[in-house]
Structure formats: C-alpha cells, structure tokens
Write a protein that binds this ligand. Sequence first.
Ligand code: ADP
Length: 183
Amino acid sequence: MTRLIFIGAPGAGKGTQAAILAEHFHIPHISTGDILRAAVKDQTELGIKAKAYMDAGDLVPDSLILDLIRDRLAQSDAATGWILDGFPRNVAQAEFLDKLLVEINQHDYVGLELFVPDDVLVERLMLRGRADDNADTIRHRLGVYHQQTSPLTAFYKNQQRLRQVNGHQELTVVAKDLQAALV
Ligand code: ADP
C-alpha cells in the first residue's frame, strides 16, 4: 500500500515526478492544482471562487479545499493508495488531513520532499509559462511557499515520516532517487 504526500516548491518538479510515481505504484495522482485549474476552466462554483486567488499566486482559502480532498479520498480508487501533489499546503491543512486519514483508516503514509534552490525554481517557472507564471506571481508564490508550506517539512520530520530528495538533477535521476527513497 503506497500513500505519499509530496511537498515541494512551485517548479520543483512535483507534477512530473508524481505522475511517474503514480504510474509505478498504480495509484491515483491527486493534484489540487490540476483539480482547481479544471474547475476554473469549467467555470464551476469552486472555479469561480478560486480563480482570483490562483491568479494572484495566493493559496485559495482552506474552506474551498478541505471538502474537495475529503470527497476525493472517499472515492474508490483511493482505497488502494494515492499520491497527493499540492495538498496539504499549510499546517492547518496538514492537521485536517491527519485527522481525516485517521477517520478513514488511511493514516499510514510517507511525506516526500523534493528540494530545489530558489534561483533554479525561478528560472524553471519563467520558462514554463503557465497563466500564473509571470515574474511577480512567481516571486509571490515562492514567498507563500516558504512562509506557509515549507513548515510542513518540520511537521512531517517530527512525525518521522519525511524522506527528502534533491530535485535539482536530471529528471530521470530524480525519479530514480525518489524510488530509492521509498524502498
Ligand atoms: P505550483 O506548485 O506551481 O504552485 P499548483 O498547481 O500546485 O502549482 O497550484 C496552483 C495554485 O492552485 C496555487 O498557487 C494555489 O492558488 C492553488 N492551490 C493548489 N493547491 C492548493 C491548496 N492545497 N491550498 C490552497 N491553494 C491551493
């Protein structure tokens, strides 16, 4: 049974590597960023509420995300494991998640951090060119990451669940290191 919580700054390569891991372990890749972008595109109630926060590079309010995660983890494909990409993104979300996972008996999981230096992240994001990848928003999102999300490494370290992998390497090497970290 594989349950992974993937932590890493914007541009760290989480999305790419999460997709590889999901295929390898035959588990669903649950990306809150992808779910939110689909909601924005479809102009659902969630998407309409989330859009301004995403465009500004801010986290969307926890109230929009928590029900979404609860519903997603209740789906049948999540019973055999999952990889979470982009959630949790702050300590309140991590605490909510721990409580939820105990409730649904899925609390055996590993925290996986992909670390990359900030200057490399900025370079990668400028090249990627997604709608929210402009210079101001990128700087802002990195600030939000350091302030709100990076405390999760200590959170999972305290729980002795954290594995850390260097994301500033060639894609295939990162993939290999991630798999090695999970043995
Ligand atoms: P990146 O890792 O490049 O920032 P994501 O696709 O993970 O990209 O997220 C894009 C945007 O979606 C974030 O900037 C944020 O506004 C929103 N978002 C995604 N996940 C969460 C979350 N767990 N809590 C709050 N906002 C989120």
